[in-house]
Design a protein around this ligand. Structure first.
Ligand SMILES: *[C@@H]1O[C@H](CO)[C@@H](O)[C@H](O)[C@H]1NC(C)=O
Ligand SMILES: *[C@@H]1O[C@H](CO)[C@@H](O)[C@H](O)[C@H]1NC(C)=O
Ligand SMILES: *[C@@H]1O[C@H](CO)[C@@H](O)[C@H](O)[C@H]1NC(C)=O
Ligand SMILES: CC(=O)N[C@H]1CO[C@H](CO)[C@@H](O)[C@@H]1O
Ligand SMILES: [Ca+2]
Ligand SMILES: [Ca+2]
Length: 581
């Protein structure tokens, strides 16, 4: 009997030693940090013209460091006529004049380097601006640049009028084709009219974009976030008798006929050639790593099925993006979702991602209503706990650390083409992305400390007098302080290497466990305004005493409080990080 016990004991001992701290693979910089998205136009205005700029960002880099973030990614700061606020680039090799100069950019990267912050830029490969030199030359008949774009003849309808080549729609409520008198043809634009699509079947275009990548890496950037990459290729028209085929109707319920979602985008999205271009870009990034040892990263922006999203990681011996953005917490769930729905949304990415790759968690960006507004302002700490303590890379859209909410932007003040184009003063808020782009809230001063201008490019959100950095820095408890604590906590091996298990304890409360060696942490988030007494022993190996390590700001508990695992009371919207004693 004794011998059997001894044997069992030894087996258990070996099992628990199976994960040896010292044998963990060394993590690279991008696996250990948080990526923080800055929308340059709205972050900080250094010269009082009401528009954020690079010097503004540079002046706030200490704040980035203070909150525990090690990498920023900037929405486009390249030269642009701003028809789509920078996503329409007229010079891929220059800084937009409202944002500053190349010297300002160099000062930004120098300061960032001094503080140990990596800088990642937005690569917008699908299209240029219609005001780029490339497109202008194309219009003037320069053959090289004509072939940078996608041109088609119109079709003559029964009444003898010229119509676009087919039914393709842009993302902004109009035909994806625009006629050009000078050329006598239509050009393709999957986004606004001012964003003509580049032709990736032309090797010159591929090489040009490779040069853009090289140019900015040589300026010192640590990688790229790649915009709308699944729109890169359209179907090969050679396979269709030289004509681009119509896309089928999606059958989407109650959307206008010119709404992008009214069609099923089988010919303009997710074409398989896309993945090989991405793998080639990764090779370029790796060439630089081979030279200086620093990993350059790629984050891809793709709203697609999970099966297509994970293709960006690579295939066979080809490597792709280290961080194919996971938007499930944006697209699949919101404040109305149950804890079960949220568990399923989390598990979705973890289920499909390759076992040897890192997950990532994105809960907001400049295209979607702010996290606090989509879920609930009281859930901010719980959501940040989820984003920062799940296994994988955490991504924060500026202001999520404070719980910023959407700003109100009147129809008169609306500038986003997605809001303006439908020309619908009643329903524009259904499409406008301006509410999540209102200026960052630094203090209770004029314009929330964002700018000294009399008018800012978008109005500052109401309530900034109490919801801002300065107030949250001074307060004993604040979202900012919880965020800082989370940024520190995620450096613990349990969150870097530990395993993960999750459970919806009831329809409102999500719990997950992270464990490593003999350390166990439990994160509990009540997504609704109802109280419960929780039995956390449903999670394996969770029993006896649990200690509160961190709590949401309205939590009635204190750090250091102890609870019996089978009877943990939780208040409405309360979120806790607990450790097993
Ligand atoms: C570019 O497109 C915009 C519409 O988005 C239009 O207003 C502008 O005139 C165009 N510019 C040129 C040079 O064609
Ligand atoms: C892309 O898909 C098409 C149709 O499924 C196939 O014929 C083609 O070989 C694929 N190309 C590549 C590069 O995988
Ligand atoms: C706009 O959104 C509201 C609220 O979700 C909805 O009731 C309305 O039908 C939407 N309007 C249009 C035109 O999509
Ligand atoms: C999240 C994101 O970056 N979305 C961008 C996708 O691309 C279009 C066109 O470049 C932009 O309008 C979006 O802002
Ligand atoms: Ca400015
Ligand atoms: Ca395209």
């Amino acid at each position: 009997m004794r011998v059997i016990f001894l044997l069992l004991f030894l087996v258990a001992l070996c099992a628990s030693n199976a994960i040896d701290r010292n044998n963990e693979p060394e993590q690279d910089w991008w696996q250990k940090t948080i990526f923080y998205q800055i929308y340059p136009r709205s972050f900080a205005d250094s010269d009082g013209d009401g528009i954020g700029d690079l010097n503004g960002i540079t002046s706030k880099l200490e704040y980035i460091k203070e909150i525990g973030v090690g990498a920023i990614w900037l929405s486009p700061m390249f030269q642009s006529p701003m028809y789509d606020f920078g996503y329409d680039i007229s010079d891929f090799y220059a800084v937009h004049d409202e944002y500053g100069t190349m010297e300002d950019f160099e000062a930004l990267t120098a300061k960032a380097e001094e503080l140990g912050i990596k800088v990642v830029l937005d690569l917008v490969p699908n299209h240029s601006s219609n005001e780029s030199e490339w497109f202008q030359k194309a219009l003037q008949g320069d053959e090289k640049y004509y072939n940078y774009y996608i041109w088609e003849d119109g079709v003559i309808d029964e009444d003898g009028n010229m119509q676009p080549p087919n039914n393709w729609l842009s993302h902004f409520h109009d035909s994806a084709w625009e006629y050009k008198e000078e050329v006598g043809k239509y050009y393709l634009h999957q986004f606004v009219v001012g964003q003509p699509d580049l032709n990736y079947r032309n090797p010159d275009v591929v090489e040009e974009m490779n040069n853009v990548i090289r140019f900015w890496i040589e300026k010192g950037v640590a990688g790229f976030r790649v915009d709308a990459v699944n729109c890169l290729f359209e179907v090969d028209k050679k396979l269709w008798g030289g004509k681009y085929p119509d896309e089928p109707l999606s059958g989407a319920y109650e959307v206008a006929l010119n709404d992008h979602s009214s069609l099923n985008h089988i010919y303009t999205k997710d074409q398989n050639e896309t993945y090989y271009v991405v793998y080639d870009w990764r090779d370029i990034l790796d060439e630089y790593k081979a030279k200086d040892g620093l990993t350059r990263i790629m984050m891809t922006e793709v709203y697609a099925s999970i099966q297509n999203v994970i293709k960006y990681y690579g295939e066979g011996d080809r490597e792709g993006a280290q961080i194919p953005f996971n938007f499930d917490l944006i697209t699949d769930v919101d404040g109305s979702s149950s804890a079960n729905d949220i568990k399923r949304a989390i598990d979705n990415f973890l289920t499909y991602k390759p076992v040897d790759k890192d997950a990532n968690w994105v809960i907001g960006n400049h295209d979607n209503n702010r996290m606090a507004s989509r879920y609930h302002p009281e859930l901010v700490d719980g959501l940040n706990m989820i984003i920062l303590l799940l296994p994988g890379v955490g991504v924060t859209y500026m202001g999520e650390e404070l719980g910023l909410v959407d700003g109100y932007v009147s129809w008169e003040d609306t500038v986003d083409p997605a809001g303006c184009n439908p020309n619908d003063p009643i329903n524009y808020e259904n499409w406008s992305r301006d509410p999540e782009r209102t200026p960052f809230q630094w203090s209770a001063e004029k314009n929330a400390g964002f700018s000294t201008a009399d008018k800012t490019w978008l109005p500052v959100a109401e309530g900034y007098e109490t919801l801002n950095v300065e107030v949250q820095r001074a307060a004993e408890r604040s979202h900012l302080k919880v965020y800082q604590a989370l940024a520190a906590l995620r450096q613990d091996p349990v969150f870097r290497y530990g395993r993960y298990e999750s459970l919806a304890l009831n329809q409102d409360v999500l719990a997950f466990r992270r464990w490593y060696d003999n350390e166990i942490y439990i994160v509990v988030v009540n997504t609704k305004d109802s109280e419960y007494v929780l039995d956390l022993t449903y999670l394996e190996n969770v029993e006896k005493d649990l200690v509160v390590v961190l709590r949401s700001i309205e939590s009635p508990k204190n750090e250091g409080d102890r609870f019996e695992a089978n009877a943990v009371p939780i208040a409405g919207y309360e979120a806790l990080v607990l450790r097993k004693k």
